[in-house]
Design a protein around this ligand. Structure first.
Ligand code: ROI
Length: 166
C-alpha cells in the first residue's frame, strides 16, 4: 500500500461552526482507504476576505490515504455537501463547511479542480498555526519550513476555541 500523508484544512462560519467541524472530523474517519492520523484544536479566526460575515472556526487534520488526490477531493466534497454546503457565486462568502487539501505528501498538482499545495496556505494564520500544532517540523514541497512561515504571519486574533475533536 502506497499511503500518503495529507493535510486537510477545515473551516466553517455558519450554522454552529464548532459542531460543523466536529461532525466533519467524524466524517473524515469514514473515508475509504484513509486513516485519521491527527487533528488540531479548533481555532477562532477573523474572516479573510469580506468582513461582513461571522468569524470562522478553523482546524487542520492529518490523514493517511491510499486514495488519489482527486478521489480524496471527491470524498471531501461529498462531506461538504452532506453538511449543507451551498455552492454560491459569491467569492469568499460565508460557508457551513470548507474542506481543503493543503498538502498531499510531497506532490504538487495543478489542474482545473485541484491545486496542491493549497495556493493560500503559506499566508493564512488559520492554516499555519493549526498545522504547526500537529506537524511542527513540517517542510513544504518547495523547501519552505513551516516554522519560518509562522514567524512571518501574525496571529491576527487567532484563538483556541475548543480541544481537538475526538
Ligand atoms: N477566513 C477565515 N478566517 N477562515 C476560513 O476558513 C476562510 N475561508 C475562506 C475565506 C472566505 C477566504 N475566508 C476565510 O474561504
Amino acid at each position: 500500500m502506497s499511503a500518503v500523508l495529507t493535510y486537510i484544512g477545515l473551516g466553517a462560519n455558519l450554522d454552529e461552526p464548532v459542531l460543523q467541524l466536529q461532525q466533519a472530523v467524524a466524517a473524515l474517519k469514514n473515508i475509504a482507504a484513509t486513516e485519521l492520523v491527527a487533528v488540531s484544536s479548533l481555532y477562532g479566526s477573523k474572516p479573510m476576505g469580506p468582513q461582513d460575515q461571522p468569524d470562522y472556526v478553523n482546524a487542520v487534520a492529518a490523514l493517511r490515504t491510499s486514495l488519489s488526490p482527486l478521489q480524496l477531493l471527491d470524498a471531501l466534497q461529498k462531506i461538504e455537501l452532506e453538511q449543507g454546503r451551498q455552492r454560491k457565486d459569491e467569492r469568499w462568502g460565508p460557508r457551513t463547511l470548507d474542506l481543503d487539501i493543503l498538502l498531499f505528501g510531497e506532490q504538487t498538482l495543478n489542474s482545473e479542480r485541484l491545486t496542491v499545495p493549497h495556493y493560500g496556505m503559506k499566508s493564512r494564520e488559520f492554516v499555519l498555526y493549526p498545522l504547526a500544532e500537529i506537524a511542527a517540523d513540517l517542510v513544504l514541497p518547495d523547501g519552505d519550513h513551516l516554522q519560518a512561515l509562522l514567524a512571518k504571519v501574525p496571529l491576527n486574533g487567532l484563538t483556541v476555541l475548543a480541544p481537538a475533536p475526538q
